[in-house]
Design a protein around this ligand. Structure first.
Ligand code: AMP
Length: 396
């Protein structure tokens, strides 16, 4: 069933309750250090306001236990107001009488931001009464928070069951279109690149990637579990012992008809994970040394696979890119994907660290799509149904 989107409905005069992902990073003074998520929501926000809707925004911020002054959404509302160049009202609650009065006084084109929904522990428990109380602020529910769509919380999932109409926002729709097309009907060859540190998080994704992709590239800390299970010396590199069985099974299974699996053949190694330490390049990692980035030969091999791709899906850095000595692998793969995109390849970057990396290496603008949701994009790739999306098509 096709998910309805904001483009399919008329919002004029309606109270539009919209879940956004304004979980922005803050510094120690509480200042917003990156407003990408707020900016990403602007087309949807403007669409509602320009269409004469009365927009009521809700989001979480951080992981508070109870009301936490430093995690109030007022500074976020102020940033949104600046970006929109229009007033964004706030209210220090997300349910109850004060909220009802504010919503009642709204006019077409007004914007109100409710308080951090996670001040209530019932939010993450997806409590039906709390969800109903949230739903009281809207005639229509719009979910534009792709970054939290893999979680069944009251403001992402439960609320939809208490609304007459629930639709996807424009950002959500764009995410779903890009990711579903890449997974279900990709321009081939499809190359999936997985990296980062935790294999356990990516077992389901690795399995599915091997089934649907023409090539699966594994780099980053994840690769050492695979290499160890092949008997390659990995020294003191990150190894997820609990995932060794899975990895051994993947490598041992008859993979005819499945995608090629490319592992790094050389590594940037060091005796410590720190900036400024001496580094070396090795095919096999000696005892006492750590593999912290893919080496030059691996970069070349991976770059060639990327250059031939019709579609690239990338989730997880190739090394400890936060430290310059170990950033080259991630930088070169990011650049290779951007170059391929310039030449017509469809490139999709999973959120989180990978989105941060393409930003650091200044190739973000050249990618076809940079997802705002790390966990949610992995969930889709894994074949999971995202609760925040499923709720948009079902009625209680
Ligand atoms: P994840 O949360 O699983 O996506 O992992 C992201 C993190 O993996 C980044 O912060 C990287 O610094 C880290 N990482 C990448 N490669 C390595 C490696 N070879 N050893 C240790 N950590 C790594």
């Amino acid at each position: 069933m096709q998910t309805m989107t904001l483009n399919d409905i008329d919002v004029r005069g309606k109270r539009v309750l919209m879940r956004v992902d304004y979980n922005v990073p803050l510094d120690s003074d509480g200042a917003i250090t990156d407003d990408t998520r707020i900016r990403a929501s602007l087309p949807t926000v403007r669409h509602v306001l320009d269409g004469g809707g009365r927009l009521v925004l809700m989001s979480h911020l951080g992981r508070p236990t109870g009301v936490t002054e430093s995690l109030r959404l007022k500074p976020v509302a102020a940033r949104l107001a600046k970006l929109l160049d229009q007033q964004v009202e706030t209210v220090p609650e997300c349910i109850g009488d004060a909220v009802r009065r504010k919503v009642q006084s709204m006019e077409n084109g007004d914007c109100l931001m409710l308080e951090n929904v996670r001040f209530h522990e019932k939010e993450v428990k997806n409590d039906p009464d709390f969800a109903r109380a949230l739903a009281a602020s809207g005639d229509i529910f719009v979910n534009d928070a792709f970054g939290t769509a893999h979680r069944a919380h009251a403001s992402t999932e439960g609320v939809a069951h208490h609304m007459e109409m629930s639709v996807a926002g424009l950002l959500m729709a764009r995410e779903l279109t890009y990711l579903s097309r890449a997974i279900e009907n990709p321009v081939r060859p499809l190359v999936v690149i997985l990296g980062g540190s935790k294999v356990s998080d990516k077992i389901g994704v690795t399995r599915r990637a091997l089934a649907i992709a023409d090539s699966v590239i594994i780099g980053g800390g994840m690769a050492y579990t695979f290499l160890k299970s092949q008997g390659v010396p990995v020294g003191g590199s990150l190894v997820d012992e609990a995932s060794l069985d899975f990895v051994t099974e993947v490598l041992a299974s008859d993979r005819s008809g499945e995608g090629d699996l490319l592992l790094p053949s050389d590594h940037v190694i060091a005796e410590q994970l720190a900036a400024g330490v001496p580094t070396d390049i090795a095919n096999e990692i000696p005892a006492g040394w750590l593999g912290l980035d893919i080496g030059p030969e691996s970069r070349m091999r991976f770059t060639m696979a990327v250059a031939m791709a019709g579609t690239v899906l990338w989730n997880g850095p190739m090394g400890v890119f936060e430290i310059p000595e170990f950033a080259q692998g991630t930088k070169q793969i990011a650049t290779a994907i951007a170059d391929a995109t310039d030449a017509g390849t469809v490139s999709i970057i999973g959120g989180g660290d990978t989105a941060a990396a393409v930003n650091v290496f200044e190739v973000e603008e050249r990618m076809s799509h940079v997802s705002t949701g790390g966990g949610a994009s992995l969930g889709l790739l894994e074949g999971a149904v995202l609760p925040g999306v499923a709720a948009l098509t079902s009625k209680a």
